[in-house]
Design a protein around this ligand. Structure first.
Ligand code: FES
Length: 107
């Protein structure tokens, strides 16, 4: 499977294009491209330092967030009921090719 293209808007509002490899979660794609995503829990949905925002129309196409994910996100800086996701909980899917991801404020 080919890589996805990904555009990331960082906390300074700057955009950067990246490649997202099929064996990575979204968090791993961000972290491995040196974006300031701490991911201190290593991707186990227990830190919220991988919080990102997605556009509403993209957010709506993804499945429901788990109870654990929602619990962490509601306490996170800048939480949005529609748009907030833990990037470690998003596996590679071709449906997300070309997506734009905005890093949430630092915790
Ligand atoms: S890396 Fe910790 S919640 Fe995603």
């Amino acid at each position: 499977m080919s890589n996805n293209k990904l555009t990331v808007v960082d906390r300074e509002g700057k955009s950067r294009d990246l490649e997202w490899e099929p064996d990575q979660t979204l968090m791993e794609a961000l972290r491995d491209n040196d974006l300031p995503v701490l991911a201190s829990c290593g991707g186990t949905a227990s830190c919220a330092t991988c919080h990102v925002f997605l556009a509403d129309e993209v957010f709506d196409t993804l499945g429901e967030r788990s109870e654990d994910e929602i619990e962490l996100l509601v306490e996170a800086e800048g939480y949005r009921e529609c748009g907030s996701r833990l990037s470690c909980q998003l596996d590679f899917t071709k449906d997300l090719d070309g997506v734009t991801v905005t890093l949430a404020p630092e915790e």
